[in-house]
Design a binder for this molecule. Structure first.
Ligand code: TYC
Length: 105
């Protein structure tokens, strides 16, 4: 007979929970304005956020009708870089087009 006894595994959580939490994602928001041409907004969405024409049209129209639309969700640095890049394209063309970011709930 063997002397080795195998203890039953205790019930419940046995793994140590790692303290590191995933960094929160940030939303990029598109704000409506009265001056930027719709086609320009669509072009920026396609160029900066790699959207297809149908999706870009949808996002632009939602912002146009509701005042704001979530464009995409990224890690904070990516969200901020893309929002700045997209806003700058409008600025350089003389439009008040505005993208902002905010943390996801
Ligand atoms: N409201 C603009 C117009 O009528 C078009 C527009 C749509 C501008 C969405 C910004 O985020 C925007 N020309």
């Amino acid at each position: 007979m063997s002397d080795i006894t195998v203890k039953p595994r205790p019930k419940g959580r046995t793994k140590t929970r790692l303290k590191t939490e995933r960094p929160r994602l940030h939303k990029v928001l598109l704000l409506n304005d009265d001056f930027t041409p719709r086609e320009f907004v669509v072009m920026v969405l396609r160029a900066v956020f790699r959207m297809g024409d149908t999706q870009a049209e949808r996002v632009m129209l939602t912002a146009h009708q509701k005042g704001v639309c979530v464009v995409a969700v990224f890690p904070r640095d990516v969200a901020e870089t893309k929002a700045t890049e997209a806003t700058d394209l409008g600025k350089r063309a003389g439009f008040p087009l505005m993208f902002t970011t905010e943390p996801e709930e």
